[in-house]
Design a protein around this ligand. Structure first.
Ligand SMILES: NC(=O)c1ccc[n+]([C@@H]2O[C@H](COP(=O)([O-])OP(=O)(O)OC[C@H]3O[C@@H](n4cnc5c(N)ncnc54)[C@H](OP(=O)(O)O)[C@@H]3O)[C@@H](O)[C@H]2O)c1
Length: 247
């Protein structure tokens, strides 16, 4: 069976659960070789065993710039290049400022912002090189959030981190367009994942709303759509909510 991403290598950060794991599965189903990054090696190895030979596991804390760089160099050494980077690793604690813990704020900035910057900086030279190859294009997709478009009361630092990566992504899009690196954002509303099921995540109010939320595979579908367009088409932004989510 031929896939639309045959011959490509995709890096997915935060591939050990939720949207990242679903995206790794969807990219592999399209024929991509998938490099799986996250901290929980056992989860990555389980997924790699499921996906078969064309995968590699890179235990990485995205908040550690040197570790991210080393992992991406290992991906290039193993697979020959990077055609697609999915910046997905993220952390969220929705807590009002009066109850907030500094360590949670710090982790959101470290993972959601600096982690994205680090992976982008390490990947860009390889994406530019890949775009010069037979596919004629390369892709960087960052998983932001509805919170990157709209601030809802209580989302303070989480929304700030997602707005930051929105600005960053648009900046890189403009810089890299002429080199045929497509830089896009996917902005999900509520998705059923470990992040939103965690009772301490602060998402109970939106979780227990009685409507059907999205599944991780719904976001993976959006990412696959973006990276399988013809080389002349760049999907810059996809805002995607559960049908009944109003905010
Ligand atoms: N679920 C939603 O409703 C929703 C909505 C909008 C946006 N998002 C965004 O979607 C992305 C994925 O989240 P999810 O909902 O799929 O949650 P999840 O199931 O909790 O997945 C988060 C992933 O990020 C990884 N991660 C966290 N900290 C990391 C670190 N320091 N280094 C490397 N990897 C790290 C985790 O892996 P390890 O713990 O193994 O490191 C895990 O694979 C996040 O950016 C989140 O902000 C989610």
């Amino acid at each position: 069976m031929t896939g639309r991403l045959d011959g490509t290598t995709a890096v997915v950060t935060g591939a050990s659960s939720g949207i990242g794991a679903a995206t790794a599965r969807a990219l592999a189903a399209e024929g991509a070789t998938v490099a799986l990054l996250a901290r929980r090696r056992d989860r990555l190895e389980e997924l790699a065993a499921e996906l078969g030979e064309r995968t590699s596991v890179h235990e990485t804390d995205v908040a550690d710039e040197a570790a991210v760089r080393a992992s991406l160099e290992a991906v290039v050494a193993a697979h020959g290049g990077i055609d697609v980077l999915v910046n997905n690793a993220g952390y969220g604690k929705i807590e009002p400022v009066a109850d907030a813990e500094w360590s949670n704020w710090r982790t959101m900035v470290d993972v959601n912002v600096l982690g994205v910057f680090a992976a982008a900086m390490a990947a860009v030279p390889h994406l530019v090189k890949a775009a010069d190859g037979p596919r004629g294009v390369a892709d960087m997709i960052t998983v932001s959030s509805v919170a990157g478009r709209k601030v809802v009361k209580g989302t303070n630092v989480y929304a700030a981190t997602k707005h930051a990566v929105g600005a960053f992504s648009e900046g890189l899009r403009q810089e890299l367009a002429e080199q045929h690196v497509r830089v896009g954002l996917v902005e999900p509303g509520l998705v059923r994942t470990e992040l939103t099921q965690d009772p301490t995540s602060g998402t109970a109010e939106i979780r227990d709303n009685g409507y059907a939320v999205m599944e991780a595979s719904d976001i993976a579908d959006a990412i696959v759509y973006a990276v399988t367009r013809p080389a002349r088409v760049a999907v810059n932004e996809i805002l995607i909510r559960p049908t009944e989510q109003t905010r």
